[in-house]
Design a protein around this ligand. Structure first.
Ligand code: ZN
Length: 175
């Protein structure tokens, strides 16, 4: 075979592959709730932290792209301080893969205090929660380099926002 024939064949294969990918992933509907695995791990996190005397509340979980756009406006088009750098479709919350937590004190106050030691074991409750979350497979927003998001926990299943936007879902990478 001539090199040109091979190149043409290769080109056709690549086009077919891309078309197949497009068929598989495009027009995938956006998720409308927390991913079942994330939901399960969220409940486990609440249970496990409770076992060591830390009460947490989940302040945010699934967020639609519309809701995301609304909070993106905050501090930009609308009043308030900037709370997110992600527009609709650019946050793991929009794919049901992230949760935000806060601590609940014995007086039922919701706090975002990274130093608070309510169970009085000499360790910050916040960091104890983070440790348990990481053991459950979450990655923590406090480790982000660009924008520290301390209440934020996510499970990306190795998927980038770009892949999620394209239509790839955790089901495509885990079985
Ligand atoms: Zn978050």
């Amino acid at each position: 075979m001539k090199i040109r024939t091979i190149l043409v064949l290769l080109f056709i294969i690549v086009i077919c592959y891309l078309f197949f990918q497009y068929q598989t992933y495009s027009n995938r509907p956006m998720p409308t709730e927390l991913h079942p695995i994330v939901e399960e791990k969220k409940e486990e996190l609440v249970r496990k932290t409770d076992e060591i005397g830390i009460s947490i509340i989940i302040t945010d979980s699934f967020r639609s792209a519309t809701e995301q756009n609304a909070i993106y406006q905050q501090g930009r088009e609308t009043e308030g301080t900037i709370v997110t750098y992600a527009k609709g479709g650019e946050s793991y919350h929009n794919y049901g893969l992230a949760i935000d937590f806060a601590l609940q004190t014995s007086e039922n106050n919701i706090i975002w205090d990274l130093e608070y030691d309510g169970n009085q074991n000499g360790e910050s409750d916040w960091m104890e929660v983070v440790k348990i979350a990481k053991d459950l497979g979450f990655s923590w927003g406090g480790d982000f380099t660009r924008f520290k998001d301390y209440p934020h926990l996510q499970m990306d299943f190795g998927l980038s926002i770009r892949e999620l936007k394209w239509g790839k879902r955790p089901e495509d990478v885990v079985d």
